[in-house]
Structure formats: structure tokens, C-alpha cells
Ligand binder design. Structure first.
Ligand SMILES: C[S@@+](CC[C@H](N)C(=O)[O-])C[C@H]1O[C@@H](n2cnc3c(N)ncnc32)[C@H](O)[C@@H]1O
Length: 324
């Protein structure tokens, strides 16, 4: 990733701070680390990310993710459901930046991830920040069994749904919905939209999310994002799990498959439009962006589909109907 796109990321993070939704109630709860703890966490993280050489990927992993969560994701989620005291099931909690961002706001977080080593970093991150979270190893496809008998106020697929196979996605969506209390919120965050022309998540190439998986895997060695391309040498046998773990687009079609008709879901908020409403910088950017023109095009051909499914990323909050 180039220095230009790296500084665009930092500019975006600066812009997030202009949001009117970023209230003192939220910012006053951000926890900071003393220098010794910071060094310890940094060593832990660098060990986990030792094979990551891409500058942009490392930046996102070490500092970027937490900043995005604190300044963009948390104000948006908290506006739909106050996080203080909420019982949150976080699916794909990974190395715990998102877990920390939720827990420091007072949420009781139960996290799940397939990657035991990532959870180790997540546990250390929470411990060093003086926070407690129940982090468990397991596949999202098994949550019905793992959390049988438990109920949550919020279920969040935090940058994780796009990393699952189709079977995992479908059972994880259905089973997590069943674990949600009536009136609770279900959210998917930062899942690249399969309908979008540009893949800014996995390949950094045009049209990549439109390709069927087998074509996507065979073509991957030509992708602009080098670490991804290098992982798929030409002529390799198609490995659907490996491709899924790098991340593939998601669209309203998965929701149609689980719920029968995605248009009947009560999508209470999407992050893109929320940020534009609460942040003048994000609004100004949208007025001149190519992406906004493409959003309008999608809206014109699918006017009955919620706008949250027609943005570059699926960042949506769905409310489960209250009990009759
Ligand atoms: C990009 S990371 C997101 C981590 C964290 N939530 C954050 O936002 O910083 C995606 C995580 O999803 C996890 N994941 C992928 N497929 C999964 C599955 N089927 N079940 C549980 N976790 C999964 C990965 O191991 C990885 O830690």
C-alpha cells in the first residue's frame, strides 16, 4: 500500500473526529495505557503480525483499527443502543481492538473467534487496559451450540462476516439472530459490498467482488494488493476456505436466503449515511465523490432495497422486532 493511501487513511481518521456524535460521554471513557503496558502490548502485537510486511496492513492492525472503532463505529452503534451495560456478542473479535472499544464504553462483551492466537492478543489488550471480556475460541457456524441458553442485547459481526464461507455466513446469521433478545440490535460492520465496483478490502482492484469464487481465486495473482496476490500463485488448486478468509463481498442476498426477504428487515441505521448526517467533512466528501454517483445508480435500479445494502460497505444495524 502506498504512502498516499496510508495518508488518506490518516486523513479519514482525522475527519472522523469532527463528528457531532462523538460526545464527551464517549471520549471520556477512552482508556490510555502507561508506557510500560503500551510497550508490552506492542511487542505482543508485533509478534502476532510478524508475517505482515505491508505498511498499510500493519498500520491498520496496530493503531488504525482502534481509532476507526472509537471515532466512527462506537458513536454510530451507541446512537442505536447505548453500549453502557449492554450484553454484546462480538463475532470475529480477533486481536481485540473492537472488543476494547466496546468494553471501555461499559458493554459486557462476549467475543468469539476461530483464531486462538488472535484471541491471546485480545485477552492481553483487555487485561492491560483493565477491562474484562469473555473471549472464546470457536467457529461462528457453531454459535447456536456454543451460546445455547444465552441471550444478548446486541450481536455484532465486527469486520468478520466477509471472512466466512457461505455456509458459515448463513448459519451464523440465523443462529445469532436467535440469540438476540426481542428489540435488540444485530449489526454487520465493514463488510465489503459484493455489488460495489471497486474492492477496497481484499484485492484493491476493480470488479473483484463481482467475480465467481473460482475465477477470483485463479485471477488473484494479478491483484494490485501484493500480499494477497503473492498468496495465490498462478496455477494453484482452488482453495475456497483460503479465499474466504482473505475476505469476499457480502450483499443483501445472504439476508434474503436467511430471512426470506431482506426488504422486510427493520434496518434502523447505516454507518455511511449516519456519518454524513453527523459529520460535515464526510458530507462534503460525499458530494464530490464518484462513489456517491454509483450509490445513486444502485438506488435507482433497486429502490425497494434498503440504502444500507447499497453502500460500499455493509455497515448496517437491524433491529429485531419487540415481542408482540
Ligand atoms: C478482520 S478481523 C476483525 C477483528 C476485530 N473484530 C476487529 O474489528 O479488529 C476478522 C476476524 O474474523 C475471524 N473469523 C473469520 N472467520 C470466522 C469464523 N467462521 N468464525 C469465527 N471467527 C472468524 C478471523 O479469525 C479474524 O480474527
Amino acid at each position: 500500500m502506498s504512502t498516499i493511501s496510508l495518508s488518506r487513511q490518516s486523513l479519514r481518521r482525522q475527519a472522523y473526529r469532527m463528528s457531532t456524535a462523538l460526545t464527551p460521554r464517549l471520549t471520556s471513557r477512552f482508556r490510555t495505557l502507561d508506557p510500560v503496558s503500551r510497550q508490552r502490548l506492542s511487542a505482543f502485537q508485533r509478534d502476532y503480525y510478524k508475517n505482515v510486511t505491508d505498511e498499510g496492513d500493519l498500520d491498520a492492525a496496530l493503531d488504525g483499527a482502534l481509532a476507526e472503532d472509537r471515532y466512527a463505529n462506537i458513536p454510530w452503534l451507541d446512537a442505536a443502543l447505548p453500549l453502557d451495560g449492554a450484553r454484546v456478542l462480538e463475532i470475529g473479535s480477533g486481536t481485540g481492538e473492537s472488543t476494547l472499544a466496546l468494553a471501555e464504553q461499559g458493554a459486557t462483551v462476549t467475543g468469539l473467534d476461530v483464531d486462538e492466537n488472535a484471541l491471546g492478543v485480545g485477552r492481553e489488550r483487555c487485561r492491560l487496559h483493565g477491562l474484562d471480556a469473555d473471549l472464546r475460541v470457536g467457529n461462528a457456524a457453531d454459535i447456536g451450540r456454543i451460546f445455547a441458553g444465552q441471550t444478548f442485547d446486541a450481536v455484532i459481526f465486527f469486520a468478520s462476516l466477509e471472512h466466512m464461507t457461505l455456509d458459515e455466513r448463513l448459519s451464523a446469521i440465523a443462529d445469532s439472530w436467535a440469540l438476540l433478545r426481542p428489540g435488540g440490535i444485530w449489526s454487520v460492520i465493514e463488510a465489503p459490498n459484493r455489488l460495489w465496483f471497486w474492492d477496497g478490502h481484499t484485492s484493491m482492484d476493480n470488479f473483484y467482488n463481482w467475480l465467481p469464487d473460482e475465477v477470483a481465486a485463479r485471477w488473484a495473482h494479478k491483484a494490485a494488493r501484493k500480499p494477497f496476490a503473492d498468496d495465490f500463485p498462478a496455477g494453484q488448486v482452488f482453495d475456497s476456505i483460503k479465499l474466504a478468509r482473505w475476505g469476499r463481498g457480502v450483499s443483501y442476498h445472504e439476508f434474503d436466503l436467511v430471512f426470506g426477504d431482506a426488504r422486510r428487515l427493520d434496518v434502523v441505521s447505516n454507518k455511511t449515511d449516519f456519518l454524513r448526517r453527523t459529520n460535515p467533512v464526510m458530507l462534503a466528501h460525499s458530494l464530490v465523490s464518484k462513489g456517491r454517483r454509483y450509490e445513486r445508480f444502485l438506488e435507482s435500479i433497486a429502490p425497494d432495497v434498503d440504502k444500507g445494502f447499497l453502500r460500499q460497505y455493509l455497515d448496517i444495524i437491524i433491529r429485531k422486532p419487540a415481542a408482540p
